[in-house]
Design a protein around this ligand. Structure first.
Ligand code: SR1
Ligand code: MG
Length: 384
């Protein structure tokens, strides 16, 4: 890695490549991630896309070109919502290495939630980030030709296929990627036998495949968010790991957040966390939805006629609740699980996982045509 830094002027200007300490810090499913720091304390992050899925091995090939999709997404987000994503220093397409701002000193939000830490304001910040990128990349805010060119340039079919398989298909059938606690067999069987729920999953898969309304992050779970508390106590957040980005349904990013808030809530309940922490995680979904709604209304989706902005927001929220359901179910049943649930001791694990499945099953049966803001918040309130 020091050689790589030395060869790339846009990296070499951030650190002294002759004096670098490099650590592999990645804990995700698909990439290698290195933090390189020099003796003076300057650092940068290098993300290398392997030609296969890291957590599976070479038997699951995956295009390294995904680093370009990630770089493009960060650059767009930086223009529309400065600071909401890591700064991009360099993109080496040949070696599939992305050079990014060093986020040492920040914490992965999922880890903070798992430890019972509260970071006020993060859920709201993420709602605004989703709204700003969605609005700024949607056809309502730019010429149609530009929108179509960007959407075409952001096409990310191999990564989208992973989501189509892992989120919308495999958990709902027998598949070698699946695994779950036998104590959950009845809950899983109930979902797989529910024709209404399965029809909704098919509808959501179709939305994911055909609705290219704006640039989305594509994998916005709490493990894709870094948080930090500033000296004044204010919480800051950055969304990272954007290699799944493409022009898709905006509700998919909101749904990812809602699904992961559900996992955090189920964990909090199973561990009998303090009332303060549980009230905090209970509020996250409402904070994200309210901020998203407010930010979009302020930006004003176009055309602002005949209540179109509100109508669009209601469709996005219905999508979000549905996407949240499938994304929550996949983390219990399918490939790539969540540490929120997986690190629980056996009895708490069974309780939390069943809670996620029951709650997500109920969300799958929610109205799909549109949800008003307060209706959506109320609907996803109770844990089952
Ligand atoms: C094979 S990749 C598995 C998962 O890792 C990423 O975080 C995405 O969530 C993907 O579905
Ligand atoms: Mg990831």
């Amino acid at each position: 890695m020091p050689d790589h830094v030395a060869r790339r002027p846009d990296l070499a200007r951030h650190v002294d490549h002759r004096d670098l300490e490099v650590r592999e810090v990645g804990d995700g499913n698909i990439n290698l991630v290195f933090v390189a720091r020099d003796g003076a304390g300057n650092g940068l992050c290098l993300k290398q896309a392997l030609p296969y899925v890291r957590s599976f091995g070479e038997g699951w090939p995956l295009t390294p070109a995904r680093v370009a999709a990630e770089a493009r997404a960060y650059r767009t987000a930086e223009r529309l919502d400065p600071g909401a994503t890591p700064a991009v220093y360099d993109l080496d397409r040949e070696q599939a290495v992305l050079g990014l701002e060093d986020l040492s000193g920040w914490t992965v939000w999922r880890s903070a939630l798992n430890d019972g830490e509260r970071h006020a304001g993060v859920a709201e910040r993420l709602g605004r980030y989703v709204a700003r990128v969605a609005h700024g990349t949607s056809p309502g805010s730019r010429p149609g030709v530009e929108f179509r060119r960007e959407a075409a340039a952001s096409i990310n079919p191999d990564l989208c296929l992973i989501t189509e398989d892992l989120v919308f298909s495999e958990p709902f059938e027998e598949h070698p990627h699946n695994s779950f606690d036998p104590a959950l067999a009845d809950e899983v069987a109930r979902i797989r036998a529910d024709q209404r729920a399965l029809a909704r999953v098919a509808e959501l898969r179709h939305r994911f495949q055909t609705c290219g309304e704006a640039l989305i992050h594509g994998d916005l779970h709490t493990g894709s968010v870094m948080v930090r508390r500033d000296r004044d106590g204010a919480a800051r957040a950055k969304a990272f790991d954007a290699e799944f980005a493409f022009y898709g349904p905006v509700g998919f990013d909101l749904g990812a957040l809602l699904a992961n808030y559900l996992a955090a809530r189920a964990r909090g309940a199973a561990l009998d966390r303090s009332a303060t922490f549980r009230a905090y995680v209970d509020r996250l979904a409402g904070e994200t939805i309210e901020a998203f709604w407010e930010e979009t209304s302020l930006a004003g989706a176009e055309p602002r006629v005949g209540g179109w902005t509100e109508r669009w927001l209601e469709c996005v929220l219905a999508d979000a609740v549905g996407f949240a359901a499938v994304k929550a179910i996949r983390r219990i049943v399918g490939w790539a699980k969540n540490s929120d649930i997986e690190t629980l001791p056996p009895a708490a694990h069974a309780q939390a996982a069943a809670c996620v499945l029951r709650t997500a099953h109920a969300w799958l049966l929610a109205p799909s045509a549109g949800l008003a803001r307060d209706e959506a918040i109320e609907l996803i309130g109770p844990l089952r």
